[in-house]
Design a protein around this ligand. Structure first.
Ligand SMILES: [Ca+2]
Ligand SMILES: [Ca+2]
Length: 836
């Protein structure tokens, strides 16, 4: 039995590709089969021609992933690929080549020197075999017979002419990064910090750079535990220690390519995160963080593979992103952000440790590091920080200073064994479980959750995928809730505060909520301001767009007011929000609901506004960009035609689901929905509903508006039944198709009175109806349990005189005898101001 969630299909297209009016040609060279001298020549040429260009013009394919990025992000965002061989590309850009630099493949360090020189002289690196005598010979590097000698010459003669704010330590065989080195005139050296004399030379070299200089290191760094071990044992001259000692910002990463291209294409969507709200009345919380250990190439390589995993987008997950990607690959970063916006469950955390792999030891450099980290957090909305602690004492710990930065929201300290705590009011937790094996991790999380309420599970991204994590999550049971990193930190902060400070008599009063602008477009953030007096433990905005799941932003105190920014909705429609305040007695109150229309043009009338379609690379004037019959708004891959299932000649019937929830709940009004489409159009859709042998009715499924979703109202269902739907449809060509799906009916609970938004002035009975085998009904007021009802009638008398004049949430939950949550329902009730 497969029931696709309708919401997923309704959520619309996959990310991140867009058409602009005049495509710019980009030369695409496949280097996967090329020899080393060709790769070097092309990477250097790429740096020369992309440097300073308004739009980059040369893209090299070193790996399949390079090709995938071009196709996913650039080919449909106004870049027209012109595939050329390496030789053709050199001819194409011959006028940009001012000479040649001769190097010796037998003396690998001359490759690094040649890279620097081609950057300085706009020359092409050549060997004796590839030398073109018609071009001027700028420099002959074949005189160098020894690595250190070559490096010393480079430090004396090239470094003064090179970029003083960036350096690279690179093995000569690494080609990917070289285009960027050439474009930015960065000197690469092949020094090994593990060799004593070379470490000294490297130390001298780093000392000549500007404070806070970036050090690109062509190696992939290990786990934070390994880094910590390095410092505990002996800092020695390992690269992280050397960078920390010389106040350079280490940027590790082995497979990085095309940065001269990526860095010159701006982000095409706001780099803002959308944070799913989770109500907090369950026992323990776990957050999974996919960690790339702070390597720059994680976001460019391995993460994009994991991103395509079938389970990604269905389970709340955290992903570490290197903050420099906002500068070095903004368009690729927007790809992740737009995609995360669709799914609503992926969140990004700043990779360790902010504006450099490790905070520098030098106090002055550290201040600069802190300011840079705050700026990076603000720029890409990466306000949860993954930090590595290699300090000997609490005094030196980086998070205390970072916690004072306004953009920093909390810390996840990978590799550090540390329970949940607060650092200057900002939540902080160490790694509870390292996830490298499904079974062991499941056991470890269960064991940890028995001891502490919050579990940070850091996932080894090299070994495990989102599918593996979904398997772990399934093994945790209902007592442990998987949440995104941001809400995890918010809940943790609130909990630790309550545990350490305890309830206080500081009562809070929410008196006013305003927002601006009054008529925002889909690309504009919305600022919400609230006036709250008294002691506030937590204040936040809860919002949704067109009935989406709820998202949240915290309100931060600015002057006398509290402010939050709702990110741009990216689509037109109705935005609704409420403000929730929790005070010192852990009482929560809600504001009334604010609703505003986000005005946006939808030229083709498919339900997606033009701005939204442009973001996603769709044709705003064609409701079915790939002509597969499925409108863009319903198409999860709107640029790739939907493959017609074998043997199906009539319309494609998919995303069969019951609403408002699947599986259907007993005793509640329910409807059946299906997405039905065909390139020739759909003529008729009918359904037959049965429970075992019993006929529960049949009829026509009606199209909802002009969407491709068809609906049929269901009779009242009984828990324990299995319902079978047989849907038939015919298309414009008269061909028919038939699909059958079965689903069991589960328990349903609902509040039958009073209805939501009722004004409550005197003690009022909340009447609850539960259908099916229910062992327990819980009643929660503003998230806190006020009653447990073991048998019907399920009723609770609520006395509003003890509550503030505000909107209050009443939630009911049904559990089975094993304590599994079966269903829930909620209403909002208003208490008017009291008369004296
Ligand atoms: Ca449209
Ligand atoms: Ca389509």
């Amino acid at each position: 039995m497969i029931l696709l969630a309708l919401l997923v299909a309704m959520a619309g297209p996959a990310p991140a590709v867009a058409a602009e009016t005049a495509p710019a040609p980009a030369t695409l060279v496949d280097l996967r089969e090329a020899d080393a001298p060709t790769k070097l020549a092309l990477a250097c040429l790429q740096g020369i021609v992309n440097r300073g260009a308004e739009r980059p013009v040369l893209y090299c394919v070193h790996t399949a992933q390079d090709r995938a990025w071009f196709d996913q992000v650039y080919a449909v965002r106004g870049f027209k690929p012109e595939e050329k061989t390496p030789a053709e590309a050199i001819v194409r850009f011959a006028d940009r080549i001012k000479g040649e630099v001769l190097y010796d493949p037998a003396q690998p360090e001359t490759v690094n020197l040649a890279t620097a020189l081609t950057g300085l002289e706009d020359a092409l690196p050549v060997t004796a075999a590839t030398r073109d005598a018609s071009r001027k010979l700028v420099e002959d590097l074949t005189r160098f017979k020894e690595r250190r000698e070559a490096c010393r010459w480079a430090v004396e003669n090239l470094l003064p002419r090179c970029n003083q704010a960036k350096l690279a330590v690179l093995k000569p065989e690494q080609m990917g990064l070289r285009d960027y080195l050439v474009a930015e005139k960065i000197l690469p050296v092949g020094l090994d910090p593990g060799v004593k004399e070379e470490a000294e030379l490297l130390r001298t070299l780093l000392g000549k750079l500007e404070p806070g200089a970036l050090l690109f290191w062509g190696e992939r760094i290990g786990t934070p535990v390994e880094t910590r071990a390095l410092f505990v044992r002996d800092p020695g001259d390992a690269m992280p220690a050397l960078a920390r000692a010389t106040a350079t910002r280490l940027v590790p990463g082995a497979d990085v390519a095309n940065l001269s291209f990526h860095a010159r294409v701006p982000a095409y969507a706001p780099l803002r995160q959308y944070k799913r709200l989770v109500e907090h009345h369950l026992a323990s919380y776990v957050t999974f963080l996919f960690s790339g250990n702070g390597n720059l190439d994680f976001g460019l390589g391995r993460m994009s593979t994991l991103w395509d995993d079938a389970a990604r987008g269905y389970l709340p997950l955290g992903w570490e992103l290197h903050p420099l990607l906002a500068e070095l690959a903004p368009a690729l970063l927007s790809y992740y952000y737009v995609d995360a916006w669709w799914a609503g469950v992926d969140q990004f955390v700043m990779a360790p440790s902010g504006a450099g792999y490790l905070p520098p030891a030098d106090p002055k450099a550290f201040e600069a590091f802190v300011a840079e980290t705050n700026e990076a957090a603000r720029r890409a909305d990466l306000t949860a920080l993954s930090v590595i602690d290699v300090s000997a004492s609490d005094h030196d710990r980086p998070w205390a200073r970072l916690a004072l930065q306004p953009a920093v929201r909390g810390f996840l300290a990978a590799g550090t064994p540390l329970g949940p705590t607060l650092s200057l009011g900002k939540p902080l937790i160490g790694e509870t479980v390292r996830v490298a094996d499904v079974e062991k991790a499941t056991e470890a999380i269960l064991a940890a959750a028995a001891k502490q309420r919050f579990v940070l599970a850091v996932v080894d991204a090299e070994k495990l995928t989102p599918t593996d994590v979904a398997q772990i999550a399934a093994g945790l049971g209902r007592g442990i809730r998987v949440v995104t990193p941001y809400y995890f930190l918010d809940l943790l902060g609130e909990r630790v505060f309550l545990d350490t400070v305890g309830p206080t008599m500081a009562l809070a009063k929410l008196t006013k909520v305003t927002f601006s602008p009054r008529e925002p477009g889909p690309d504009e953030p919305i600022t919400v301001k609230a006036t709250i007096s008294g002691g506030v433990i937590d204040a936040r905005v809860k919002y949704n767009i067109n009935g989406s799941p709820d998202f949240t932003e915290p309100l931060a105190k600015i002057g006398d007011e509290y402010h939050a920014t709702i990110p741009p909705t990216l689509r037109g429609g109705k935005l609704t929000f409420k403000v929730r305040v929790t005070d010192g007695l852990f009482r929560t109150t809600w504001s009334g609901e604010c609703a505003l229309d986000i005005k946006a043009t939808d030229s083709d009338g498919d339900g997606l506004c033009d701005y939204h379609e442009e973001l996603c690379g769709l044709d705003p004037k064609n409701k079915d960009t790939d002509s597969d019959g499925l409108f863009d708004a319903n198409d999860t891959a709107p640029l790739v035609p939907f493959p017609r299932p074998e043997g199906v000649e009539g319309p494609i019937i998919t995303a069969i689901a019951t609403a408002p929830r699947t599986p259907p709940a007993a005793g509640k009004p329910m409807a059946l929905r299906a997405l039905v489409f065909d390139p020739t159009g759909v003529k008729e859709v009918t359904v037959k509903v049965t429970a075992g042998e019993r006929d529960l009715g049949r009829g026509e499924m009606k199209q909802i508006g002009t969407t491709q979703v068809y609906e049929y109202p269901l009779p009242t269902l009984v828990a324990g039944q299995t319902i079978t739907f047989t849907i038939g449809a015919t298309n414009g060509a008269g061909k028919a198709s038939l699909v059958t799906e079965s689903v069991p009916v589960t328990v349903g609970i609902r509040i039958i009175s009073p209805p939501t938004n009722t004004l409550i002035q005197r003690p009022t009975t909340i009447r609850i109806q539960a259908a099916g085998k229910v062992a327990l009904v819980r009643v929660l007021l503003n998230g806190f349990e006020v009653a447990r009802l073991a048998k019907p009638p399920y009723e609770y008398v609520w006395n509003p005189t003890q509550y503030d004049a505000a909107t209050h949430e009443v939630m009911v939950e049904a559990f089975d005898e094993k304590g599994m949550l079966l269903d829930a329902d909620a209403v909002y009730l208003r208490v008017p101001p009291k008369r004296r």
